[in-house]
Design a protein around this ligand. Sequence first.
Ligand code: AP5
Ligand code: MG
Length: 193
Amino acid sequence: MINIIISGAPGSGKGTQSDLIVKNFHLRHLSTGDMLRAEIAAGTELGNQVEKLVSTGAYVPDQLMIDVISNAILKIDDSYNGLILDGFPRTVEQAQALDDIFERTGKKISLFLDIHVDETELIDRLLKRGQIQGRKDDNLETIKERLKVYYAKTQPISNFYKTKQLYHSIEGIGTIEEIYAKIDNKIKSFAKK
Ligand code: AP5
Ligand code: MG
């Protein structure tokens, strides 16, 4: 089984690279951002609860996110070769909770991939996407808030995974294919072990 965490700042390419990884390795893709946006679009109770937070770039409370992800992990069927978590964990508390969920479900984290992209490029990518797709949090004010929250709350989880020797840094500038090639190498080296 291959269980990957893909992390990085807003706009670093987590979703883009996850799409390629799941195609090539037949993993289940769990993106907490996509799940929350689907709940908001469907007008569910959870969606209504988180709408304001997501649209202003604030994080959803840890316990709510932990419940969402543990339910999703429990529902994964055996046909997959593993899973990729995109956008979770985002805080040290979520990382600790994930360890518990994995222990309970007999899973192990294979790799923590941390995609690095400089801030100018991140802002540029997100503003462009905002113009094309109209994602509500892709405006300059909210992008700045998302970056601030990311540096304060998510960057510290790197150390958590460095200590466990699961941490891999990925240079996230270049074409989508160039970046994917580096990730593909990492996954294949893990699978050979
Ligand atoms: P989430 O949806 O995860 O948003 P995010 O982290 O801000 O990241 P994005 O999805 O915007 O970027 P990405 O890294 O996936 O990049 P992408 O591939 O799309 O979370 C949204 C919100 O939900 C959070 O702010 C929070 O409120 C809440 N939330 C979610 N999870 C949570 C959690 N665990 N705890 C608490 N709250 C949570 O690429 C971006 C753009 O760049 C695209 O247009 C793409 O085409 C382009 N691009 C990609 N790669 C390249 C490249 N190599 N060169 C040029 N352009 C590229
Ligand atoms: Mg994404």
